[in-house]
Design a protein around this ligand. Structure first.
Ligand code: CUA
Length: 146
């Protein structure tokens, strides 16, 4: 009698164990490297240049009237750079980069994106090419390719 009870108990417990195991698999897996886990994850929306792969970068540029943040982007020659232009003041701003075919503008609240590969070192000035008010004429920056 006691043996039968034990078997019933086991039969009931097995599906629960399987359920728990599958739950564990679908959840976020903890990092195996605890030292790595202590580093705060970089904010992908932070202004600046983010490496996304070998020779690949995303440049996050915030735009407000008269100001790009950042207004200088530095990448190594041969880099494929995706520019993401984000409006910070609900205005339409542009980003036109000299010497490239990058010419984009935000449609708030939508960001704008374009990608260009910089093979040649040098400086590539950029400007806001959409009139956005008083600061429009001073809204400029540059890409530095080293
Ligand atoms: Cu921003 Cu013109």
């Amino acid at each position: 009698m006691s043996r039968l009870r034990t078997l019933r108990h086991l039969a009931a417990a097995v599906p629960l164990v399987v359920l728990l195991a599958s739950c564990g698999q679908s959840g976020p897996s903890p990092s195996p490297d605890s030292a790595e886990a202590e580093e705060p994850a970089p904010d992908p929306d932070a202004p600046g240049v983010h490496r996304t792969g070998p020779d690949r970068f995303t440049a996050i540029i915030y735009s407000t009237q008269g100001v790009y943040d950042p207004d200088e982007i530095t990448v190594p020659a041969g880099s494929e750079v995706t520019f993401r232009l984000i409006t910070d003041d609900e205005m339409i701003h542009g980003l036109a980069i000299e010497g490239t075919d990058v010419e984009i503008s935000t449609s708030p609240p939508e960001d704008a994106e374009a990608t260009h590969t910089f093979d040649q070192p040098g400086e590539y000035p950029f400007v806001c090419h959409i009139y956005c008010g008083g600061g429009h004429d001073i809204m400029r920056g540059k890409v530095v390719v080293e």
